[in-house]
Write a protein that binds this ligand. Structure first.
Ligand code: 5AD
Ligand code: SF4
Length: 482
């Protein structure tokens, strides 16, 4: 069993195959292998793709060597993510030499940029489908079967796949993702997402609530609402504030959170990712009011210096960010906060970098994802600035903040020792058959004795020890099942 945390890009999961229990009812099924890279959104999209293709007579397989069709769902966020996928494609090429009928296709964020190179020039791929083109996959596959190459990388202003009930990647049967919006309009200068995933659009709230209800009925106990920028979720109102249908209610992110929280007190709610400029007090107040909305916020800061933040086009200053941090602590004193940080952005001086260190030292995040700046094609930064911080400086800046963050994470866990927390059991620990793992509301992993407990149950655990990554404790109480 893998622990699937609430991470932006979970290193444990990169390249994991999407496997589902459901097979097609049709007899002559074809074998599909899907492998996913990148953020949770990509993993969630692979579940939508699996759902579409199962409806077309496919079944999923765990070993790519058995497949008739291999799809690789890709990420472009940094150059190393792309390199990893390109290496993997070489394995599939080897197999294609032995199995000429094998179809190899690329999905996701690398599709648009590499379609020409990989389909026409290098002839490595038979099929390319961008993030908004998955409904077209059955047609694209037929085109390939008839002997042609097939490409659809059109981005859409409307597609949310709202009516497609995703088959679950089902790592533990307890926690699932629900995609609530797609795309991003923020145009951070370093970021490729607006180009790979297109304009921002939100999904019908009723379809989200129905999906949450369906999940709890199937035994799930936790949902993570996903979007590139969840706080700007909006339904029945445009970004400019125009109401689309005056007869219908407006639903903003805080309202949506409340609707999902009301589905059941036994369903935990998480969400990712928030943008500091959009995280409203209303959202914090809603979180504070519902015990089942977890006390955890992922709030990427990216940098601590205002000039760098401006060049990144983040739309806030470090003062604004710190104000949001104090608001979180005011509304939800026990709230855990994690962040993303980029070092070595174009022109970043030692002094500017030091302000990132100061900010991290001041906030003492519970967790952080830290990256070296990687220039991406088409982005505002690629067009306007020089990627001029030498690689060795980027590397040493990154290492310093990683070392510092490790201490902060340890500190955050040490504060829990001696306290009791409510944990949702997710499964058996990877290290020991006799231990279970789960997470507390703050998203920290907690390990404890198995006894006669089952995954999906809530328990109170008294924490007695910790490392920088994990809490250990004893179960002192069990919540009765409804
Ligand atoms: N280089 C390095 N890190 C990046 N991120 C996004 N784009 C880049 C880039 N070009 C990081 C940001 C973002 C996270 C998902 O990835 O920190 O929040
Ligand atoms: Fe990678 Fe961003 Fe695409 Fe997610 S949205 S797969 S992080 S490029």
């Amino acid at each position: 069993m893998r622990y699937t945390g609430n991470k932006v890009i979970d290193e444990n999961k990169q390249g994991e195959a999407t496997l589902v229990d459901e097979t097609s009812e049709l007899k002559n099924y074809k074998k599909l292998y899907i492998e996913s890279y990148g953020c949770q959104m990509n993993f969630s999209d692979s579940e939508i793709v699996a759902s579409i293709l199962i409806g077309e007579g496919y079944t999923t397989v765990a070993d790519f060597k058995e497949a008739d069709v291999i799809l690789i769902n890709t990420c472009s966020i940094r150059d190393n993510a792309e390199q990893r996928v390109l290496n993997r494609l070489r394995n599939f090429q080897g197999l294609k030499k032995k199995k000429p009928d094998l179809i190899v296709g690329m999905l996701g964020c690398m599709a648009e940029r590499l379609k020409y190179e990989l389909v026409e020039k290098k002839k490595v791929l038979d099929l390319v489908a961008g993030p908004d083109a998955y409904r077209d996959l059955p047609r694209l596959l037929q085109t390939v079967e008839s002997g042609q190459k097939a490409v659809n990388v059109l981005l859409s202003r409307e597609e949310t796949y709202a009516d497609i009930s995703p088959v679950r990647l089902d790592a533990n049967g307890i926690s699932a993702f629900i995609s609530i919006m797609r795309g991003c309009d923020n145009m951070c200068s370093f970021c490729v997402v607006p180009f790979t995933r297109g304009r921002e659009r939100s999904r019908d709230p009723e379809s989200i609530v129905t999906e949450a209800r369906d999940l709890i009925n199937k035994g799930y106990r936790e949902v993570t609402l996903l979007g590139q920028n969840v706080d700007s979720y909006k339904w029945n109102i445009t970004a400019k504030g125009e109401i689309l249908n005056p007869e219908e209610p407006i639903v903003k992110f805080a309202d949506l959170l409340e609707k999902v929280a009301m589905v059941s007190p036994d369903l935990r709610i998480r969400y990712s990712t928030s943008h500091p400029k959009d995280l409203t007090n209303e959202v914090l107040e809603t979180m504070a009011r519902h015990e089942n909305i977890c006390d955890y916020i992922h709030l990427p800061v990216q940098a601590g210096n205002n000039e760098i933040l401006k060049k990144m086009n983040r739309g806030y200053t470090s003062e604004w960010y710190l104000d949001r941090i104090s608001a979180i602590k005011r509304y939800i004193p026990e709230c855990a906060i994690s962040t993303d940080v980029i070092v070595g952005f174009c022109g970043e001086t030692d002094e500017q970098y030091a302000e990132t260190v100061d900010l991290m030292n001041y906030v003492k995040f519970d967790f952080a994802y830290m990256f070296k700046y990687s220039e991406r094609p088409k982005t505002l930064a690629e067009r306007n600035f020089n990627d001029n911080v030498p690689e060795d400086i980027k590397a040493s800046r990154l290492q310093s903040i990683i070392d510092m963050q490790l201490e902060h994470s340890h500190l955050s866990n040490k504060k829990m020792v001696g306290k009791t927390c409510k944990v949702l059991i997710e499964g058996v620990s990877k290290r020991s058959e006799n231990k279970l793992y789960g997470r507390n509301s703050q998203n920290a992993v907690v390990i404890f004795d198995r006894d006669d407990l089952q995954k999906g149950e809530y328990v109170d655990v008294l924490i007695d020890d910790c490392t920088s990554a994990t809490l250990f404790g004893k179960v002192i109480d069990k919540y009765s099942k409804n």
